[in-house]
Design a protein around this ligand. Structure first.
Ligand SMILES: Cc1ncc(COP(=O)(O)O)c(C=O)c1O
Length: 418
């Protein structure tokens, strides 16, 4: 059951407790969020936050690293096993910094990079003009086609024209399978590095429910806090020893200082959890739930970008389906305690701050125990609210339904079957 945190600093304690209550009371559909176990939180909140240790295990600039060295090596070993790769850097503070470190390792400033455009589902760090990736590198984009799908022939055509030094695949809002083998062929044809950013799909990849880029991509990055259900942060992986050395240098001292050992320990704990059979069951349920959730919208005639999802997320065109923009839809759903994020959709005419879509994901609520029936109920409630956003009686009724569901499915603090 929910435990209130107590601190001598009452102001911050109260706010943390309010946030905890909000997490309990809301249906969390942001595709990049999840609920970590209490063990992950304990490691993240441990004395390791006191420790400095610039460098890598066995090669630190500071003394007293005998225990943190062991923790970092365990995190690396578990990640290698999970993803079937030879080398892992577990120090990146976040996915964006990890991506910056990959650019620094493989490219020179001004080099050409090819990534999926933001409104097609790519990430800011894949070349968006106001991110480091668009400022310091010559970034070019490929796009999804009119059906919202990657067109590999078209990507090859663009790659031949642009001749990028690196091609990025793996996305923030793409619901279909990423064919890493096809990307490998394209990269081989044009002589580019292949960089797979699997931040969203690392959980399904571990469970064998999505193809893996291991052995195909030159470098792989994943955040650790999405479907992987770990603490916030990221890891960078490769099978190439020379690339690994470059990655290590660009993480530290290239972009970062001292490693966050509390976060590295929390990553190790979550990797330990991901190595258990329960994690595979979770991933299976997450995909089943996402598909049923998505199909319910399709059955109602709602425009789902790219069609029926094959992973944990999908996007709805709320403008053509409900006459709302993404910002409005997000705000209306938040009134009934459903949390989503607005998202640009292909060829969006609105700015990213407004957008014409919302992105929905099943990772967090599956962690709370939701199965197909609950996702069908939620899809029906979302559809009703977005059709009649000004019907206050309806909003009150839906909020009550949501409270019943959140009370019946409290946030779990452990995912192990003891
Ligand atoms: C595909 C992808 N890459 C990188 C990131 C960046 O991660 P972070 O928010 O930890 O910087 C995200 C986060 O949303 C993402 O979806």
């Amino acid at each position: 059951m929910y435990k209130k945190i107590s601190l001598e600093d009452k102001v911050i304690a109260d706010l943390i407790n309010l946030e905890d209550q909000r997490q309990q009371d809301h249906i969390e559909l942001i595709a990049s969020e999840n609920y970590v176990s209490e063990d992950v939180m304990k490691a993240a909140g441990s004395c390791l936050t006191n420790k400095y240790g610039e460098g890598y295990p066995g090669k630190r600039y500071y003394g007293g690293c005998e225990f943190v060295d062991q923790i970092e090596v365990i995190a690396q070993e578990r990640a290698k096993k999970l993803f079937n790769v030879n080398y892992v850097n577990v120090q990146p503070y976040s996915g964006s910094v990890a991506n910056a470190a990959v650019y620094l390792a493989l490219l020179q400033p001004g080099d050409r990079v090819l990534g999926l455009s933001l409104d097609s589902g790519g990430h800011l760090t894949h070349g968006y003009r106001i991110s480091f990736s668009g400022i310091f590198y010559e970034s070019h984009s490929y796009f999804v086609n009119d059906d919202g799908l990657l067109d590999y022939d078209e990507i090859l055509r663009i790659a031949k024209e642009i001749k990028p030094k690196m091609i990025i695949c793996g996305y923030s809002a793409y619901s279909q399978i990423v064919e890493f083998d096809k990307f490998r062929k394209i990269c081989d044809e044009v002589g580019a590095y292949l960089f797979a950013d699997i931040s969203h799909i690392s959980g399904p990849i571990i469970a064998g429910l999505h193809p893996s880029p291991a052995g195909l991509a030159d470098v792989i990055m994943t955040t650790t806090h999405k479907t992987l259900r770990g603490t916030r942060g990221a890891i960078i992986m490769t099978n190439d020893e020379e690339i690994y050395k470059k990655i290590n240098r660009s993480v530290f001292p290239g972009y970062q200082g001292g490693p966050l050992f509390h976060q590295i320990a929390a990553k190790a704990v979550s990797f330990g959890e991901a190595l258990q059979p329960e994690f595979l069951e979770y991933q299976q349920q997450l995909i089943t739930n996402s598909r049923v959730f998505c199909q319910t919208f399709i059955n109602k005639g709602v425009k789902v970008i790219s069609g029926l999802t094959k992973n944990h997320l999908f996007m709805i065109d709320v403008k053509s389906s409900y006459g709302l923009n993404g910002k409005q839809a997000t705000e209306i759903l938040s009134k009934v305690n459903i949390t989503v994020n607005k998202n640009s959709i292909p060829n969006d005419t609105e700015s990213p701050m407004v957008s014409s879509g919302i992105r929905l994901g099943s990772a967090a609520m599956t962690s709370r125990g939701f199965q197909e029936d609950e996702f069908i109920i939620i899809a029906n409630l979302i559809d009703k609210v977005l059709r009649e956003p000004e019907n206050e009686a309806l909003l009150t009724m839906v909020k009550k339904e949501i409270a019943k569901l959140t009370n019946s499915f409290p946030i779990k603090r452990s995912y192990m079957k003891h």
